[in-house]
Each structure stands twice: as structure tokens, then as C-alpha cells.
Design a protein around this ligand. Structure first.
Ligand code: FAD
Length: 294
């Protein structure tokens, strides 16, 4: 199972894709998938409707991974704007497409991610309910999101930790941490879980910020918590694409090395639907799985 593979830690990275909005992106993305497949990631996760993305496209991409590659898909699913019955249908479609593993998320309000959360009137209120629903619909491993700095709706870190533990109590067996560039924040979350007696695999996210456009994406992926030191390191290169790229990659490699030195076994790499940065990190950090091309 996915969680057994995480625990065995013979494969050292996972990779994230998002459904493409147009044919050209879809083709580029699929070439990226084919280039990364030989590096043997533990799984490839496929985002769902994040930032107004295409939901059917997410199920299609995850199913295509299951059908046409040796890469295990992890399908993100959110409770946004759908009734429980509709969510159950999506879970059944995923299962029919050979997708066995699900990242169960609450999601954020469509349109304005910072608006107060309103569950669908016939839907689910929190991710723990989606964990249960996914398991009822035959999911194998269910993963959940974790927040090194606490989720923005959580009043404090203790409450946030209790909610995370609630998702594990509901049956989730691993967690992916929200992207953070401060390795210490990730490690503190790992310590809080360990202190609570919880040993589920927790994956840190790693995104090489190799262009000003990626710096923009970073703001969204970190809920506005991208650290000021990241700007201090990158801003001097805003007018020099090559130097910006090198510095962004250096930051990611430094963070990756620290995480590995701290005993983290699997790193979750954001691909932004392209292969080269992921390949570079896998090469630099020695993350290729067994039989992996590097
Ligand atoms: P929850 O776990 O439900 O938590 C939300 C808030 O409710 C928290 O404050 C929590 O403390 C509280 N809470 C949780 N359970 C309970 C309970 N039982 N009772 C009372 N309060 C509770 N979004 C997308 O739209 N698509 C994606 O593909 C996507 N992928 C993501 C991947 C990762 C790794 C991460 C970290 C986030 C991703 N997101 C995605 C964003 C995510 O949907 C938002 O961060 C959302 O605000 C929280 O989702 P959650 O699953 O953590 O919610």
C-alpha cells in the first residue's frame, strides 16, 4: 500500500501535478510524467479544483496515471460545493479508474479562498468526514493535509493538532504538510505529533522557486506565509532570470538537505507540471527510487 511504501522509505520522493486547462499544457504535463516515471516516486498526487481548476480533469489525470504508468496516483478531493452524494460519486469514479489512494481535504470557498467556510447544505463540514467517506467507498490509503503554522481557521496550535489527530482517528494514515520554506516549522509539527504519540508518515513539501512567477504561486501555497528571508535571497535577482533560477534551486536543495539530515524520509516535490526542477532536485538530493534512472 502507499503507506507501507512510505514507511519502507525505499522511494524517497513524491510529486504533485495539477490538471491542465488546455491541450498544450496537458501534452507538456504528460511528457513531464513520462520523464519522472523512471525516477520511481512513491506517488504522484493530482490536485482537485484548487484555484478554480477543473474537477473532471483531476479524476481523468489520476485515472490516466493508474492506467498508463507505473506511478501510483494519489487523488486530492475536496468537499467544496458538492453534496455528500456527489462526493461519493467522485470516489466511485476514482475507484473505477483504478485510483486507490485519496488525499481528503475540506478545501476553501470557491472564488475567494479567504471567505468564511460554508459547507454545502447537503455536504461535509470537515476533512475528517471525507476521510470516513473515502474509506467507506473503498479507498486504500487516505492522506490528509497538515499545517506547520496551524490552519488559518484554527484558534491555536493545540486545537489544530487535535483536529489533525481527529483526521487520523477517522482513518487517515499519512499527512502532507503545507508548503513551508522554514524547515524548523515543519520539524516542530513533526515533534508535536511525536509528543502526541502519533507516528504516521508526515511529508514536507518542497518547491524550487525558480522564477518570479513561481514566487507568486508560493504566496498562495503557503497562505501568505512565505518567509521574508526568501524574498531577501531572491529579490536581488528579479531582473536576471538565470541567476534567480540558480538561487531558487539552491534554496530548495538546502532545505531538502536539512530535511533529510533531520531524518525525513520522503519529500513531496511540487512539479508545477514540469519535469526539470523535480529531476534536478532528485539528482542533487539522491532521491531516485529503486531502479531509478539516477
Ligand atoms: P480541515 O482538516 O477540515 O480543517 C479546516 C479547519 O477546520 C481547521 O482550522 C481545522 O482545525 C478545523 N477542523 C477540522 N476538523 C474539525 C472538526 N471535526 N471540528 C471542528 N473543526 C475542525 N485545496 C484544494 O482546493 N485542492 C487541492 O488539491 C488542495 N491540495 C492541498 C494539498 C495540501 C498538501 C495542503 C496542505 C492543502 C491543499 N489544499 C487544496 C488546501 C486545503 O483545501 C485548504 O488548506 C483548506 O482550508 C483546509 O483543508 P483541510 O483538509 O486541512 O481542512
Amino acid at each position: 500500500s502507499l503507506v507501507d511504501d512510505l514507511r519502507a522509505a525505499r522511494r524517497r520522493f513524491s510529486v504533485e501535478f495539477s490538471p491542465a486547462h488546455d491541450e498544450a499544457t496537458a501534452q507538456r504535463q504528460w511528457r513531464a510524467v513520462q520523464r519522472l516515471e523512471p525516477l520511481a516516486p512513491v506517488f504522484a498526487s493530482v490536485t482537485y479544483g484548487a484555484g478554480g481548476g477543473d474537477r473532471a480533469g483531476s479524476v481523468d489525470l489520476a485515472s490516466r496515471l493508474a492506467r498508463e504508468t507505473t506511478v501510483r496516483p494519489l487523488a486530492h478531493l475536496t468537499a467544496v460545493g458538492q453534496s455528500t452524494a456527489q462526493l461519493a460519486d467522485v470516489l466511485d469514479e476514482l475507484a473505477a479508474g483504478g485510483v486507490r489512494d485519496v488525499l481528503a481535504l475540506r478545501g476553501d470557498p470557491d472564488g475567494d479562498p479567504h471567505a468564511p467556510w460554508e459547507p454545502h447544505p447537503e455536504g461535509l463540514e470537515h476533512a475528517d468526514e471525507l476521510v470516513r467517506l473515502a474509506l467507506q467507498h473503498g479507498a486504500d490509503t487516505v492522506a490528509v493535509a497538515a499545517f506547520p503554522l496551524g490552519h488559518p481557521d484554527s484558534p491555536d496550535l493545540d486545537t489544530d493538532l487535535r483536529r489533525l489527530l481527529g483526521k487520523f482517528a477517522a482513518g487517515a494514515r499519512c499527512a502532507i504538510a503545507q508548503l513551508t520554506f522554514d524547515v524548523e516549522d515543519f520539524l516542530r509539527l513533526r515533534d508535536r505529533l511525536a509528543a502526541a504519540g502519533c507516528d504516521v508518515p508526515l511529508l514536507p513539501g518542497l518547491l524550487p522557486v525558480t522564477s518570479p512567477r513561481v514566487l507568486e504561486v508560493t504566496r498562495r501555497l503557503t497562505d501568505g506565509h512565505e518567509p521574508s528571508w526568501l524574498h531577501r535571497r531572491l529579490d536581488p535577482f528579479l531582473d536576471d532570470r538565470g541567476a534567480f533560477r540558480e538561487e531558487g534551486m539552491r534554496v530548495a536543495v538546502e532545505d531538502g538537505r536539512r530535511l533529510l539530515a533531520e531524518g525525513v524520509e520522503v519529500l513531496h516535490l511540487y512539479s508545477l507540471n514540469a519535469a526539470s526542477n523535480v529531476e534536478a532536485l532528485v539528482g542533487e538530493l539522491g532521491l531516485a527510487g529503486p531502479g531509478g534512472a539516477r
